[in-house]
Design a protein around this ligand. Sequence first.
Ligand code: B12
Ligand code: SF4
Ligand code: SF4
Length: 367
Amino acid sequence: MKDINLLNYLSKNDIDIPNGINVSVVSLPSQINKSLEINKAKEENRHANMKFTFSDPNYSGLGDKFDWAESCIIVSYSYISENNSNLGFSPGRGSIAKFAKEDYYVPLKEFVNLIKEHFKKENLRTEEFIDNPKHYDRLFFEQSGLGWQGKSTMMLSPGKGPWQLIGNIYVEKKFDVEVKKDYSCGSCNLCQISCPTGALDDDFILDSNKCISYWLQSPDIIPHDMREKIGNRFYGCDECLISCPPGQGGIKNFNTDTSVDLNQILNSESQELVELYNWFYIPKRNGDYLKRNAIIALANNPSSDTREVLISLLKSQSELVRFYTIWGLWKIGEFEIVSQYLDIKNEKSEMILQEYQRLNEMIYSNK
Ligand code: B12
Ligand code: SF4
Ligand code: SF4
């Protein structure tokens, strides 16, 4: 049977490609396997104990997952065309990385479902993966001709750069394949220079232990130096994307403020925050982790009422909130006030007592 061009096939079957969606395909079996690299990241502890694809690298990194699959369709969604910059650095405001400003997985999932439904009617098997721990979504991107892996580890496309989310659909049908193009970053290293933490110091390798995007979704205690580097980021980090030249053509408006009001976040109920930002990865679906992020961002970018806001948080029922608030007051130079509002003698939380002690010693040793 003759192979078929995927785009012609979709059009013949009345499947329109929406704005921002890019599609391509690879033929299977592919012999592509990224298990070795994912295992290596895990062995070298560059994965910072994350689970995701690191739970079972031998499966997540495997390209040829299903013996019935003849192709894998790669779908990406370029979210930059519908979004603006998050460079809102006015006092008291925090930033959300562009990929999370809205649930941009929705348009990607809708298109993937459309394709799935079509093949179902044709009695052909499919299996899709979008941000699923069982599959490394970047697996076939280069082979499909859509672009290349940059030194930031992001998959980039000409004219679109890194501003895209990726999904894969295995399908029981053969298509013509794109010839892999010879793209590369060349001598550019702007993402490495722009990364605030040095997480990209080795070409094409990310050390998640140093990645702000990782820490803002980690349940672990964020180290003091990392809290400072987080700056006013509330969720995600875009520094290695903003600096990337192939992605700059699509940025329409750098001046639009799409930042969040950190006070408002800190005045909300934790459960409300989980609902409001339901597409975020929030550890244990506990909104206190978003308050943690907001306290750090606010202390790094305070407004005139930050001191009062933080003082009121010392009475919070949440151990996590009280813990980070102590640091927040220390960061804005108001540590001495903590003992007036926090009942240190009766404080039961060991982690709060230790934090108080550590910050106290840091002030003492600086005097
Ligand atoms: C875990 C995870 C994270 C972790 C770790 C990221 C990472 N780079 O591994 C954290 C929390 C830090 C993270 C952050 C972000 N993430 Co994330 N994340 C994932 C997830 C769930 C798994 C990624 C994974 O398996 N990594 C394993 C490591 C080993 O892979 P890797 O870093 O790509 O490493 C490769 C290279 O090092 C390469 N390599 C090694 N040597 C060499 C040499 C050469 C020459 C070359 C070319 C390559 C090369 O080999 C490795 C394997 O291929 C995927 C979704 C999924 N299920 O796949 C999304 C995913 C990677 N994330 C995504 C996004 C959007 C982000 C953020 C931009 C969000 C933000 N704005 O804050 C940042 C970007 C940070 C960055 N620079 O990567 C998108 C990326 C889309 C794209 N265009 O590439 C994905 C694919 C989700 C999706 N479905 O769209 N993420
Ligand atoms: S997301 Fe931020 S911290 Fe992480 S590698 Fe990119 S620039 Fe560095
Ligand atoms: S900033 Fe430069 S080196 Fe980094 S991913 Fe983009 S093109 Fe490649």
